[in-house]
Design a protein around this ligand. Structure first.
Ligand code: TRH
Length: 392
């Protein structure tokens, strides 16, 4: 599916990303690069730790080249290389400071310089989106950076959503999001849920009566409570656990409960391999409930349109509490889902609300309505392209 941004001029982009911890910084930058490239843009991604790309994007993407973060020596070489040209657009992701020598080059060629910020539903986002930030010191003194804030309302930069995302999803046999797509559009990419699940490299095949819950979280204190609840439920659940911190957290929780590592009662726990971002999307489309975390997987869970719980990235000063409340308000979450989030994010030490069929049914309705509402918003990449062209 072509979006109207395919007809925009092809620009050269330099995107800078520093991996702080976890996978979100690189995850967002990669999705943005791949989306821009698919719309005819040409990108260099400069990243200090590209190791996670080996599983996130094992096949790379035509139009995107990945480069080591340019430290002093490499920059000397760039500065003295007459063939090296700074891109038409420079993005510093999440306020990562550009290397000084690169700022010197940038001051000569004056690209559009954008600071892509973290996603939040808080009120400051709409106030700050699109504002100029004059550079007051350093080699690029006198230049202007522009703030670009992702967000959930039309007065923000929007959410990443590739033009073909809903075409890809519509082919799911359970008809996920079918109403969102014009049936006459060519379906380039078909997702067959049953076939996908049957190919999963896990310890035990999934049976049709199992409820599927994906788990991608940090270390929620309520995790043992969740495992206990699922093991005592009246229907079987398969918990599909992402690699890394989630699987370590589940191992600790089963140990604390003296539960076998594969679960007990109605609960079977299956560890997952690391997926590519495309396969991670498929996981979220295939599951009945998605427990996600951070920034990028939250957005993907919204696009999956299934009930979800969000484990927000915890901050030392508890700033994440306001961020969580802002999301709950912006998305008009049902009261019991807000309660689930309070417990799941350790804001309240109470029992986790029970994930009954009736509750999940209501959360699913809400989730699909929310998805439809957010689809009315212009996606982030389209907005960014228009913004950059306007500032050139
Ligand atoms: O990894 P995260 O917790 O990243 C966090 C958050 O973005 C947080 O806001 C930020 O401040 C912090 O990093 C520094 O969660 P997130 O954002 O969902 O990123 C995970 C990425 O990993 C996402 O792009 C999906 C991808 N992924 C895969 O591609 N395959 C997998 O198997 C898994 C588990 C994740």
């Amino acid at each position: 599916m072509k979006s109207d941004t395919h007809s925009l001029p092809s620009l050269r982009w330099d995107i800078f990303c520093r991996v702080i911890d976890n996978h979100g910084d690189l995850g967002v930058c990669w999705r943005l690069c791949a989306d821009l490239a698919q719309r005819g843009q040409v990108l260099r991604l400069w990243v200090d730790d590209p190791s996670a790309l080996a599983w996130m994007a094992p096949h790379g993407c035509a139009g995107v080249t990945v480069h080591a973060w340019p430290h002093a020596r490499a920059l000397q070489d760039l500065v003295s290389d007459a063939t090296f040209k700074v891109g038409d657009v420079v993005i510093e992701a999440f306020g990562c400071e550009l290397p000084e020598a690169f700022q010197t080059l940038l001051a000569q060629t004056k690209p559009v310089w954008v600071n892509l910020e973290y996603l939040s539903a808080e009120a400051y986002v709409a106030r700050s989106h699109g504002l100029a930030s004059p550079v007051m010191s350093g080699p690029a003194k006198g230049e202007t950076k522009w703030f670009f804030f992702p967000g959930f309302t039309p007065d923000t930069g929007g959410l990443l959503r590739e033009p073909d995302l809903f075409e890809a999803q519509t082919a799911a046999p359970d008809g996920i999001s079918a109403s969102l797509v014009n049936a006459s559009q060519t379906r380039q990419c078909k997702f067959d849920r049953r076939a996908w699940l049957s190919m999963l490299p896990i310890d035990k095949p999934i049976t049709h009566n199992e409820r599927l819950v994906s788990l991608f979280c940090y270390e929620p204190a309520a995790l043992p409570d969740l495992l206990k609840q699922l093991s005592q439920a009246d229907a079987p659940t398969r918990l599909l656990v992402a690699q890394g911190r989630p699987s370590a957290a589940v191992a600790a929780a089963t140990q604390a409960l003296r539960m076998p590592s594969c679960g007990s009662g109605q609960l079977h726990i299956s560890p997952l391999p690391y997926f590519s971002q495309t396969e991670f999307d498929h996981l979220l489309w295939a599951c009945d409930v998605n427990l996600v975390r951070g920034e990028d997987s939250l957005v993907r869970a919204l696009w999956a349109g299934q009930p979800f719980g969000w484990h927000i990235y915890p901050q030392d000063d508890l700033a994440h509490h306001d961020k969580l409340h802002a999301l709950e308000t912006a998305l008009d979450m049902p009261a019991d889902l807000i309660q689930f989030h309070a417990v799941w994010n350790d804001l309240e030490a109470a029992p986790l609300p029970v994930l009954s069929q009736a509750t999940l049914g209501r959360w699913r309705d809400w989730s699909r309505q929310t998805q439809q509402r957010l689809l009315a918003q212009t996606d982030l990449t389209t907005q960014l392209l228009r913004f950059v062209i306007q500032k050139r």
